[in-house]
Design a protein around this ligand. Structure first.
Ligand code: NAD
Length: 264
């Protein structure tokens, strides 16, 4: 199993710190032999991402703000120069104004709706298009989503709408690039305490509710999301594309709280 990603080169987008889901994925991929490059959003994050990248033997880092197409182009120009080709990408990027991650979804502003969509949904399509140019021998693409895309989660609001669009993008991109043996999938992760997760109002209640009511009676850790990413980005999943794979202790499969919860 050690060499599952040996000789594979990939880009990790979305590490903010060592709690980030993207970091859990990067660590797992590096353990299995992958060569990694990273993006970071601005200098402050860059100072945190650089030592993490070094821990997994990477010195290939690019600044990237996905609101700016030129910034995305810069990343892929840099990768082309450094590596020539690319085997996989991980897109673990999401943002919405935290003032709108509470209260009624109906109050979402036009400005924040568009910004949330551009950063949390469209950026995957733009990045996929650029990455595909460097994937002449096939490849894998992975993004991160959340169950608020298909069911209403309190306060998730416009992020749920963006994640619904992101999941549809996964299917369309899988169809576009399948003939070139480029596979496109998403992991729908259960709640994890991260910077982005903390932006959702009352997230701690959702977190503890899922701990009590998921079939495994706990939430997931980033290492477990990394393990599933390893499967989706390696040849182990060579027949899988266009999928939304839940890594959430089984929470999405239940329709009711546990009896213990009902009797609380
Ligand atoms: P995180 O805060 O560690 O990572 C979010 C990343 O998005 C950060 O690295 C940030 O720099 C980046 N980002 C935001 N706006 C950007 C922009 N304009 N340009 C470039 N990068 C930008 O949080 P996380 O929870 O690890 O989030 C990673 C992904 O996982 C997100 O898509 C999130 O929606 C998704 N997700 C999170 C949870 C959870 O409970 N934490 C659950 C399911 C899915």
């Amino acid at each position: 199993m050690d060499g599952l990603m040996k000789g594979k080169r990939g880009l990790i987008m979305g590490v903010a710190n060592d709690h980030s889901i993207a970091w859990g994925i990067a660590r797992k991929l590096a353990e299995h032999g992958a060569d990694l490059a990273f993006t970071y959003q601005g200098d402050a994050f860059g100072r945190r991402v650089k030592p993490l990248a070094e821990k997994v033997g990477s010195d290939l880092l690019f600044p990237c703000d996905v609101e700016d197409s030129a910034s995305i182009d810069g990343v892929f120009d840099g990768l082309k120069e450094a590596w020539g080709s690319l085997d996989f990408i991980v897109h673990a990027i999401g943002f919405s104004d935290r003032n709108e991650l509470k209260g009624l979804y109906a109050n979402t502003t036009r400005e924040n709706f568009v910004r949330t969509m551009v950063i949390s949904c469209y950026s995957f399509t733009e990045v996929a298009r650029k990455a595909a140019e460097l994937m002449e021998n096939g490849g894998q693409m992975l993004t991160l989503t959340y169950a608020g895309s298909t069911r209403v989660m309190p306060n998730y609001n416009v992020m749920g709408v963006a994640k619904a669009g992101l999941e549809a993008s996964v299917r369309y991109l899988a169809s576009d690039y399948g003939p070139r043996n480029i596979r496109v999938n998403a992991i729908s992760a259960g709640p994890v305490r991260t910077l982005a997760g903390a932006g959702i109002s009352d997230a701690r209640y959702m977190f503890s509710y899922q701990q009590r009511n998921a079939p495994l009676r706990r939430t997931v850790v980033i290492d477990e999301i990394g393990g599933s990413a390893l499967y989706l980005l390696s040849d182990l999943s060579s027949g899988v594309t266009g999928e939304i794979h839940y890594v959430d202790s089984g929470y999405n499969t239940v329709s009711m709280p546990t009896m213990e919860e009902l009797k609380r």
